[in-house]
Write a protein of this length. Structure first.
Length: 565
């Protein structure tokens, strides 16, 4: 059966009966090479040569045989609970057919050296229970990955921008050492994610930073389970962008209030906010028909008696306080009357083609409009009606519209207090209309990622307060020194940039602390330098500056770069 020379026709692999081997929970310390195909053989004929699934978890393996890479039909490999170190990936990276890989509870540490380009079919990756401290940005190359489990490691940050483009359905980064913000505010994607577990870290905000965290929105349309327990959260982002959410866990934090739009989540069944700092409940929780478990234990509620009620009794008590509850059926599909949202006007995902002055003047709104959300609509121009709220507007989101027309700002607008502008995914080809007609002297953050820009102008000539610029995933070919100067954070990853001016390396002294340039055309600095982060990139660029004057160092750099290419 294993001798291919005896077969008259047909595939050798189809004639083999041994396609799955489970040798788990033994005391194996090695695998005999004789059972594995050799690379110099004309045929893969061997006892294990036709394996499609191999389970070796719970053994004493400290290294893998090199012939394991010759299993050309292997799609599932479980090496969990062994004694493998980082060198195991020298073999694993060569098993191209792999779809499922589990290497939990081993001795992998430091930098994760798994090659996405060598494992194009990988769908499930479980590396939990190791000591991995760094997950590379190039994980975005796993174009088929739908399950990623990195729990119980030593990760201090998660490359969420790189992961956002993957078809992930399950992401577990719990029990690590992640600090600060988990998700950059303007990262789009995660359109298939159903479960996100970031519990037991030191995360201060899921989206946004500091005082702005409560005003940010988490946009994950398919998310069903969110677990952010045991972190350092003081608030949760608005979750109206997660309409499919059924379970929310955020126990063991320092949360002081519920998100404003939480009652609009009519699919939410389970909420655990125990052991926080919540002092008052929103009566509209009573209108959440699907809610069956609401755990608010160990919070300093002003009405202590509410802590002793079960979920049904609590909802009944809160329902009696809702003056609008009897008429809820006459309102929108959520059963809630429109609420004044403390200065936030939200017309997102409503298929709007135009915005009128009436749309910007909601009834009974006693708060000045500071945040305007118009994302995921069909707008072709920046609404002229914005002039009615121009004096108070600080944040404007026009992402995912159709501002691709040559003149998407036909009218001049002066927005004196605007600080944040989001234009993601509009197919914009030029910024000339923007800088010609939109005056925003206070603009500090601009997101123009995922458009079709060919050039990056000197934006600080027009917006002197600009400090953060997101311009990833465009078609920008040149990154000039003047276009970077004055910025503190710049993301131009995923463009067509062919070279970096060495003078950019000096901008660290002027405040540039984040420079993302991965996935571009240039070959210097090398990928290993880029992966080390901003400081390494800036240091490398500074090292390319010569001593013979500006023209001399640039000519030398250009010649060196062309020679390298």
């Amino acid at each position: 059966m294993y001798d291919s020379s005896t077969l008259d026709d047909g595939s050798w692999a189809e004639s083999v009966d041994l396609i799955k081997l489970v040798a788990a929970d033994n005391e194996l310390s090695s695998i005999d090479e004789r059972f594995l195909p050799r690379p110099d053989e004309d045929s893969p004929a061997s006892v294990l040569g036709g394996l499609e699934s191999l389970d070796l978890h719970g053994n004493h393996l400290a290294e893998l045989p090199r012939s394991l890479a010759n299993l050309q039909f292997l799609t599932a490999l479980n090496l969990s609970k062994n004694r493998l170190g980082n060198d195991c990936f020298e073999i694993i990276n060569q098993i191209a057919p792999l779809r499922e890989l589990r290497v939990t509870d081993n001795k992998i540490n430091g930098h994760l050296d798994i090659q996405a380009s060598n494992l194009p079919h990988l769908q499930v990756l479980d590396l939990s229970g190791n000591a991995i401290a760094d997950m590379p940005e190039y994980v975005e190359g796993f174009g088929s990955l739908h399950t990623l489990i990195m729990s119980r490691n030593k990760l201090s940050k998660i490359p969420m921008h790189a992961l956002s483009s993957l078809p992930l359905r399950y992401l577990d980064v719990s029990k690590n050492a992640v600090k600060g913000t988990l998700l950059p505010e303007h990262v789009e994607g995660f359109n298939n994610l159903k479960t996100l577990d970031c519990s037991f870290n030191a995360i201060a905000a899921i989206v946004g930073n500091g005082d702005d965290a409560a005003q940010t929105h988490l946009m994950m349309p398919t998310l069903q389970v969110l677990n952010a327990s045991e972190n350092r959260l003081t608030c949760l982002p608005e979750l109206s962008g997660c309409p499919a959410l059924t379970s929310l866990s955020a126990s063991g934090n320092q949360i002081t209030a519920l998100p404003e739009k939480l009652p609009s989540l009519q699919n939410l069944k389970n909420i655990d906010l125990s052991r926080n700092d919540i002092r008052q409940l929103d009566e509209r929780i009573a209108l959440m028909k699907a809610l069956s478990v609401f755990n608010i234990a160990n919070n300093p509620l002003r009405e202590r008696r509410l802590l002793n009620m079960n979920t049904e009794d609590l909802k009944q008590e809160l329902r009696s306080r809702c003056e609008d509850a009897p008429d809820a059926t006459d309102d929108d599909e959520t059963g809630l009357r429109p609420q004044v949202n403390n200065g936030i006007i939200d017309h997102s995902s409503t298929n709007l083609h135009t915005i009128s002055e009436k749309d910007l003047s909601p009834q009974n709104n006693t708060y000045p409009i500071k945040t305007a959300l118009f994302h995921h609509n069909a707008l072709t121009i920046i609404p002229p009606a914005l002039h009615t709220i121009a004096e108070t507007l600080t944040s404007l989101d026009l992402s995912h519209n159709k501002l691709a027309t040559p003149n998407y700002t036909p009218h001049s607008l002066h927005l004196p207090k605007l600080k944040h502008l989001n234009l993601i995914a509009n197919a914009i080809t030029t910024l000339t209309p923007l800088i010609s007609y939109i005056s925003a002297p206070s603009l500090s953050e601009l997101n123009i990622s995922r458009n079709r820009l060919l050039d990056l102008p000197h934006l600080r000539d027009y917006y002197p307060a600009l400090r953060t610029l997101h311009a990833a995933d465009n078609r920008i070919a040149n990154l000039r020194f003047e276009a970077v100067r004055g910025l503190h954070c710049l993301d131009v990853s995923g463009n067509d940039i062919e070279s970096l001016e060495p003078r950019i390396g000096t901008l660290g002294e002027e405040g540039l602390h984040t420079l993302l340039v991965g996935a571009n055309r240039f070959r210097v600095p090398r990928r290993d330098v880029v992966e080390k982060g901003t400081e390494a990139i800036l240091a490398w660029l500074r090292g390319r500056i010569g001593e013979g004057g500006e023209e001399g160092w640039w000519d030398g750099y250009e010649g060196m770069w062309k020679g390298n290419v």
